[in-house]
Design a protein around this ligand. Structure first.
Ligand SMILES: Cc1cc2nc3c(=O)[nH]c(=O)nc-3n(C[C@H](O)[C@H](O)[C@H](O)COP(=O)(O)OP(=O)(O)OC[C@H]3O[C@@H](n4cnc5c(N)ncnc54)[C@H](O)[C@@H]3O)c2cc1C
Length: 411
């Protein structure tokens, strides 16, 4: 059986490696012409992610950074909550690199952009910008939040701007003050500065080192930004307005200057330091994607192409891996009963839709106060979001989240 996977990032590689292990003939097509290692930042490690990596034929992360727990700070820099939650942090590039190395290079095609799918025949045919056509028994859209495959099977689903932007920065640990290194680096920090939310955590060094002094530190500052403010941010110096996101070199210097000024004025001093010392600043608008269909015929979506939950839940990579695992399980189960890939995809859709919807809804709940420009999550009593609650439930797999999700279906 032949599978075509669109998108060569973590979701596509999880699916590709798992399908190959089951004897499928798989080719992955990635739009970008170079490998993707430089993307992504630190991510939380989860036991299940390790298990799914093993299932994809690669070693589970052994090189992570252990953090003892989580701490919340208010705008003055005072500690307002602690939560003892030992956890290890790994890096997006660590997961990607392992999966990429395990997949045969001659079946992974860079610089190949899908432009359409012909579904008129029994087997779908992927159409590429260079004119190539590839027929398959199964086409998987692992092509991210602006998925071209989703546009084919569910064009009505579009990313919805969440009302805020994540300003991100990464720096070598050696650039931080000794006070920051001694007291803060080893923890997962949450700051509620009266202007969105900042999180900071250590991440593996560029050489994947977890040794103190050779690691990096990463921060994400989520800031309420109006639609007009977003359009201004996405407009480069030549006046061109970019759709959805802007490459870092094209961000106008005035936005970086404003970020630095605001950091000094609004963040507690110990956290203003990290914004001022970061080597590069990225501005990532936050979007929700909540699909109503993730399979049509022999075409399926997984990972961010299917659902994008705001990063507060910290499970984007895990969810992509879970989708891939569920898809391969459904194909196996149906093949053993003589059923077609299309029938397997219907079972996959039934299984993964609730998980995707729940992740999106819960992440909306966690980001509601930023979306609506509230000073702090506890400014709105009805939300019930104390700092203790937020640091306990953020960045954890969904099974740790309270069952009564209906309570949080705010939107
Ligand atoms: C600010 C921020 C913080 C985050 N933090 C975390 C975290 O802590 N933990 C975590 O687990 N996740 C986190 N995530 C989410 C995580 O990065 C994603 O969920 C994950 O990368 C999704 O993988 P994917 O393979 O589904 O999609 P993507 O990584 O988006 O990959 C899609 C691929 O498809 C390719 N593509 C697109 N269109 C085409 C086409 N037409 N033809 C061919 N190829 C195409 C793209 O070039 C891309 O390489 C965060 C995201 C953001 C924005």
């Amino acid at each position: 059986m032949k599978a075509v996977i669109i998108g060569g990032s973590v979701g596509g590689l999880f699916a590709g490696n798992m399908l190959r292990a089951r004897g499928w003939d798989v080719r992955i097509f990635e739009k970008v012409a170079s490998t993707l290692e430089s993307r992504g930042a630190g991510i939380a490690g989860h036991d299940e992610l390790g298990r799914l990596m093993q299932r994809a034929g690669v070693a589970a992360p052994t090189r992570g950074i252990d953090v003892d727990g989580r701490v919340a700070y208010d705008r003055s820099g005072a500690v307002v909550a602690r939560y003892a939650h030992p956890q290890y942090l790994t890096a997006w590039s660590f997961v990607y690199r392992r999966l990429h190395e395990a997949f045969p290079a001659d079946r992974y095609h860079l610089g190949k952009e899908l432009v359409g799918i012909d579904r008129s025949a029994e087997r779908p045919v992927a159409l590429f910008a260079d004119g190539e056509r590839v027929a398959a028994d199964l086409i998987i859209g692992a092509d991210g939040f602006r998925s071209r495959v989703r546009q084919e099977i569910a064009p009505e689903i579009q990313p919805r701007y969440a009302g805020y932007v994540a300003c991100r920065g990464v720096m070598n640990e050696s650039l931080l003050s000794s006070d920051f290194r001694d007291r803060i680096v080893g923890l997962y920090s949450f700051v509620f500065p009266g202007d969105g939310q900042l999180i900071g955590y250590p991440m593996l060094g560029p050489d994947e080192s977890s040794d103190p002094g050779r690691r990096r530190y990463s921060y994400l500052w989520y800031r309420h930004t109006s639609e007009a403010g977003l359009r201004d941010l996405l407009t480069d110096a030549s006046g061109t307005e970019h759709q959805y996101s802007i490459p870092p070199p094209l961000v106008r210097p005035e936005h970086i200057e404003r970020l630095r000024r605001d950091a000094q004025a609004r963040l507690p001093a110990q956290f203003a330091e990290i914004v001022l010392r970061a080597e590069q600043h990225l501005f990532q608008p936050i979007y929700d994607v909540c699909s109503t269909r993730i399979a049509v015929g022999a075409v399926a979506l997984l990972g961010d192409a299917a659902f994008v939950a705001r990063p507060h839940v910290g499970i984007g990579v895990l969810k992509a891996a879970q989708d891939a695992g569920a898809l391969v399980d459904s194909l196996e189960a149906c093949a053993s009963q003589g059923l077609s890939p299309a029938q397997a995809l219907r079972a996959y859709e039934r299984e993964r839709m609730p998980a995707g919807r729940s992740a999106v809804a819960f992440a909306q709940h966690l980001g509601w106060f930023i979306e609506h420009g509230l000073e702090t999550p506890w400014s709105e009593g009805a939300l019930g979001q104390t700092p203790e609650y937020l640091i306990r439930v953020s960045a954890r797999p969904m099974e740790h989240i309270p069952d009564d999700l209906a309570r949080v279906m705010i939107n």
